[in-house]
Design a protein around this ligand. Structure first.
Ligand code: FAD
Length: 410
């Protein structure tokens, strides 16, 4: 493997910038489709993918006015099972997929009324929701506070251990002969409207007719992308806690629990190995990834309000990550061609960008969930197939106001 600082001539069928779950899932599937893949990432340890809670929660994440996102998220959870099974089979690793669902709880009649409005909306979209009174909630989760007013079980939500998942993806990609370059992509290179490769921070270049930008919120710093697309991706900070059961203490929850405490949302996600994830803050603070005393305090306070026994768990880790947010909360997936979203297939017009450039970023709160379907969509583009119709609301073109608005390409 070329190391950082070593200038070598590298060529590939496709370069992927970014090795979080999105870039690594694409790399694995692209290599499985027969492509020669280089994945460039200076430090996968900074990825939001390693901070996330791992909820696969199309139902409890479904909000008013986000119908297209809900459709993709439902396809994503439906795809996750077979994708996870193949990944586990290939790697021999267990990734901690859980299917117990989410228990959303409300404290007072006001919270409950708000939950019921969301529940009616979710039901109108065909989603499964079972209303539960206080006693029924506590029958499901016996450590819940007695103050709970009522709740709803959303059985369509799953969860996964995102760190195990990311590790398994890396192993599967390596087994599929994906080449890793430990460096940052600084620029997507073009000539005459066609992608010709990627420039690295060490000054080296990788020659490739196709480049996929999957660098999470780092995507906005890569030159050669349309300016509007770069501007559309912003970091949304999230602080999160990892708690552990003391030895001999049985698991305190079996469902993902979500609640609103003093207007702030908190969730607790159980893991098979006894870890409990408590998350998460939502902060507009640019690239700041610090963990604050206030953030930890609020998360612990809110978690203890929902589940008082939280105070007996071990505070194993505090962390913060940057969600790649977008103005409409939807991902940015596809390319700039007229037909397939990629500009790669025969018969496509030039679109309003360059051929061979694909985006897979902006997955905001649902990037773990959407990683398998994103990989499917991007690999379809890379192999000359059309982008599936459900992705049309999420192509980069929605942010483009004028043709050819690229920045820094040459
Ligand atoms: C607190 C928190 C909780 C979350 N909970 C959930 C959840 O429960 N469920 C869910 O589905 N999602 C969740 N998310 C969102 C999810 O983590 C993200 O949507 C997802 O991880 C995005 O994946 P990614 O691969 O696009 O980006 P990342 O995981 O951020 O990876 C980007 C990678 O690109 C690399 N990179 C950056 N710049 C460059 C460059 N110029 N060249 C090459 N490489 C580069 C970085 O080093 C990094 O490894 C959560 C996020 C946070 C922060």
């Amino acid at each position: 493997m070329p190391a950082k600082g070593v200038l070598v001539a590298v060529t590939a069928d496709v370069v992927i910038a970014g090795g979080g779950v999105i870039g690594t899932a694409i790399a694995w599937r692209a290599a499985m489709a027969g492509l020669d893949v280089v994945l460039a990432d200076p430090a996968q340890g900074d990825a939001a993918s390693l901070v996330a809670a791992g909820m696969l929660a199309p139902v409890s994440e479904a909000l008013f006015g986000e119908g297209a996102l809900l459709r993709i998220n439902l396809l994503a959870v439906a795809r996750f099972g077979s994708f996870a099974a193949e990944l586990e089979e290939v790697t021999g690793q267990r990734i901690g997929l859980r299917r117990e669902g989410t228990l959303a709880i409300a404290y007072d009649p006001g919270d409950y009324a708000a939950l019921m409005r969301l529940t009616a909306f979710r039901r109108s979209a065909g989603l499964d929701a079972v209303e539960l009174d206080s006693r029924a909630c506590r029958k499901l989760e016996s450590f819940l506070t007695p103050d709970v007013h009522g709740g709803v079980l959303f059985a369509g939500d799953w969860s996964v251990d995102n760190r195990r998942y990311a590790a398994a993806l890396r192993e599967a990609a390596a087994a599929a002969k994906v080449r890793i370059v430990r460096d940052r992509v600084t620029e997507v290179l073009t000539r005459d409207g066609r992608t010709r490769g990627a420039r690295l921070a060490d000054g080296g270049e990788i020659a490739s007719a196709q480049v996929v930008v999957a660098a999470g919120c780092g995507s906005s710093a890569i030159a050669g992308l349309p300016a509007e697309v770069r501007a559309a991706v912003r970091p949304v900070k999230g602080q999160l806690l990892r708690l552990r059961h003391p030895d001999a203490m049985p698991p305190v929850i079996s469902h993902t629990i979500r609640a609103t405490v003093r207007g702030a949302d908190v969730y607790l996600v159980p893991r098979a190995d006894g870890e409990v994830i408590v998350g998460a803050t939502q902060e507009e603070r640019g690239p700041d990834r610090t963990v604050t005393a206030g953030g930890v305090h609020d998360l612990l306070h809110d978690a203890m309000s929902v589940l008082p026994v939280t105070s007996e768990l071990i505070l194993a880790e505090t962390c913060a990550g940057l969600r790649p947010g977008t103005p409409d909360n939807g991902p940015i997936v596809g390319g700039f061609g007229a037909g397939d979203g990629a500009g790669n297939g025969p018969g496509n017009g030039p679109g309003n960008g360059q051929r061979g450039l694909l985006l897979a970023t902006g997955h905001y709160r649902n990037g773990i969930l959407m990683s398998p379907v994103t990989a499917d969509a991007i690999v379809a583009c890379l192999t000359g197939q059309p982008l599936a119709a459900e992705w049309e609301p999420f192509t980069p073109g929605r942010f483009m106001s004028r043709p050819g608005a690229r920045e820094g390409s040459r």
